[in-house]
Design a protein around this ligand. Structure first.
Ligand code: SF4
Length: 331
């Protein structure tokens, strides 16, 4: 299993899966932050963005993710002030420029985006900005790997760990997973040669009955990772249970704002506790994100569900597995 959606797209783009012998089957993991953001949080984002006097900011990918009834694009089309930003610090600047409005940033992502999102909250506090808040949907990779390996349906025998996540976090959390589940883990990059190297190292371990953690991305990743970034995360967030779209709650798999920064929590500020999401019954994204099924095994794939009319987030995101299969014409 390649963890990251960026790796999935590289595999499809370069046809790597088709070059491999039939004994090696690649399955696609949950590492697409847009795809795993829970429907409940998407609905909360839509609810907040629909309120008067709000500027709702987000990375562009989230705007077309379907909620229970609408998406953020529809909110914008109906007159809501929804803006695409490329950094949470841009959202903070919007808050500084619009002191009479409430500005909310949709803080989604894995360990890679957490430091910048945390930094925006630290900056807001340092500058005394009170009209800024974040809707936090941070998820962590290691608990998701454990959840996948613990499933009775699991068939994953080796992992290509996500190089970008490990650039921030290192890979010190992985040896216990490799030991506990007897599974090889290779930290892998995103270029075609990186992926082939990662596959070769996983297969090499399987053939020699090893379950070690190895680093095939050492031009960027160290065992300890980026301690400065990790300390910024620790300053702002604490571990919490997190609901993953299509998968459900995974214990300790998320980060939430800690009590020192709770005044920046958009969920509390805008009283979103009454949201009741309704997922499309046709979408099997949860099984795809756990490596149990492929996108073409979904009855809606390329029929009711296309990038223009997505039923699930994995068809929207630039890192989503369904979008990758659609883009590269895989039926
Ligand atoms: S093709 Fe669409 S409906 Fe099917 S799993 Fe993918 S996103 Fe969900």
């Amino acid at each position: 299993m390649e963890i990251c959606g960026g790796q999935t797209h590289a595999i499809m783009r370069y046809g790597i899966d088709q070059l491999l012998p039939p004994e090696i089957k690649l399955v696609h993991g949950p590492g697409c932050p847009v795809c795993v953001t829970s429907l409940e949080l998407v609905d909360k984002a839509i609810y907040i963005a629909s309120q008067p006097n709000i500027i709702f900011t987000s990375y562009g990918d989230m705007l077309r993710v379907p909620g229970s009834e609408l998406d953020l694009f529809s909110v914008s089309a109906r007159g809501g002030d929804v803006r695409v930003v490329y950094s949470p610090l841009d959202a903070l600047q919007i808050a500084r420029d619009n002191p009479d409005k409430e500005v909310v940033f949709f803080a989604i992502g894995f360990e890679t985006t957490a430091p910048a999102n945390a930094m925006s909250v630290i900056q807001a506090k340092n500058l005394g900005i009170t009209n800024y808040s974040v809707l936090v949907s941070h998820v962590r990779v290691p608990p998701a790997m454990k959840a996948i390996l613990s499933s009775p349906k699991n068939e994953v025998q080796g992992f290509l760990a996500a190089g970008h996540v490990c650039t921030v976090m290192g890979y010190w959390e992985y040896p216990t997973i490799a030991d506990q589940f007897n599974v090889p883990i290779v930290v892998t990059g995103f270029e075609p040669l990186d992926i082939l190297q990662g596959i070769k190292m996983v297969v090499g371990q399987l053939e020699s009955n090893r379950s070690d953690v190895e680093n095939a991305y050492n031009r960027l990743v160290t065992f300890d990772g980026n301690k400065v970034a990790q300390n910024i995360i620790k300053e702002v967030f604490l571990e919490c249970d997190r609901k993953w779209r299509g998968i459900g709650i995974i214990p300790s798999s998320g980060w939430c704002l800690n009590q020192n920064y709770e005044e920046y929590d958009a969920e509390t500020k805008f009283h979103t506790e009454y949201i009741n999401p309704i997922e499309s019954p046709k979408c099997i994204a949860g099984e795809i994100l756990r490596g149990i099924k492929k996108p073409y095994q979904c009855s809606a794939y390329n029929i009711e569900c296309t990038p223009e009319h997505p039923l699930g987030a994995t068809m929207v995101s630039s890192e989503g597995a369904c979008a990758a299969y659609y883009l590269y014409g895989i039926e």
